[in-house]
Write a protein of this length. Structure first.
Length: 292
């Protein structure tokens, strides 16, 4: 399809998994009522962002994929005729967990999953305690409305991930995300961090000539010490912001994207044509020095 209506849900979460899932489903239905055909939910939307602490009890939040949440969302996708992108805490086996996004097609069919490849370990983002790095590689999903690529949060800082996903044929790149500011932090630092976060993702849109949709959560968590900064946005293949959400409020956004324009962007600024793939072998090294 040349034109597709994408939607995203920027919302706050609570400690109640059932409550969060029901809230997300209600907002998916609202987005579908506004005409959305592909709807993306934020990272780990069925819970608070639990990686602020290393707590073994949080493993109880995980579930298999496919599993209960994907089953619930699949029935909604089929009922509404929409694609749903759902970021969940995956229990793969006893003691083996992933940060995973499932994609459900417009007939409710489970198309597959992407497991987060880049796992951070920063203050209040102790994801290495919980998540094994993805082993499925980068993925694209041929949905009813478009071929989409999905990456997750920390992946957004890596142009290699966006490039590979685009080269696999992604027409739109989605980033479910959970990122925020410490409430003790000054406003200038907040602004600088948000701008860096948005800029790197807009650069993926430009370098690869595709639309980028980045979906973040919003609200205070961690007993008021963390403000998730929202600011979800959609960028076109030149990196222009088509819509940006607020930093403070929940929001459902539906926007029509004209994918037929991708060819025009890519032929007028032919970055893919001019790639020197014969020269890129050094990128597979950790660092380019004299060590093995």
């Amino acid at each position: 399809m040349a034109k597709v209506k994408v939607g995203y849900v920027q919302m706050s979460c609570t400690a109640g998994k059932t409550e969060n899932l029901a809230k997300a489903i209600a907002k998916v239905k609202e987005a579908a009522a506004q005409g959305a055909q592909i709807i993306c939910l934020q990272e780990l939307f069925t819970s608070l962002y639990f990686c602020d602490v290393e707590d073994y009890a949080n493993f109880q939040l995980a579930e298999p994929i496919p599993g209960p949440s994907t089953e619930s969302l699949a029935s909604v996708a089929a009922e509404l005729g929409v694609v749903i992108i759902a970021s969940l805490f995956e229990k793969r086996a006893e003691g083996l967990y992933h940060n995973t996004t499932a994609v459900l097609d417009a007939d409710g069919r489970y198309l597959g999953k992407y497991r987060k490849m880049h796992i951070p370990d920063d203050p209040a983002y102790y994801e290495k305690f919980y998540f094994t790095p993805g082993d499925l590689g980068y993925k694209v999903f041929k949905t009813r409305f478009a071929t989409i690529g999905v990456l997750i949060c920390w992946d957004q800082w890596y142009p290699e991930a966006a490039r590979i996903t685009a080269l696999m044929g992604a027409e739109i790149l989605f980033y479910p995300t959970a990122i925020g500011w410490a409430t003790s932090q000054d406003e200038a630092t907040n602004t600088e961090q948000y701008n860096a976060w948005q800029t790197i993702q807009r650069s993926h849109a430009v370098a690869n000539g595709i639309h980028v949709v980045s979906v973040n959560r919003v609200g205070l968590e961690q007993e008021g010490q963390m403000k998730f900064w929202g600011g979800s946005f959609i960028a076109n293949p030149f990196g222009s912001i088509l819509h940006q959400s607020t930093h403070d409020a929940e929001e459902i956004v539906v926007l029509e994207l004209d994918l037929s324009k991708t060819d025009r962007y890519r032929t007028h600024w032919p970055f893919l044509r001019d790639r020197r793939i014969d020269s890129y072998q050094p990128i597979t090294k950790r660092y380019i020095d004299n060590e093995a």
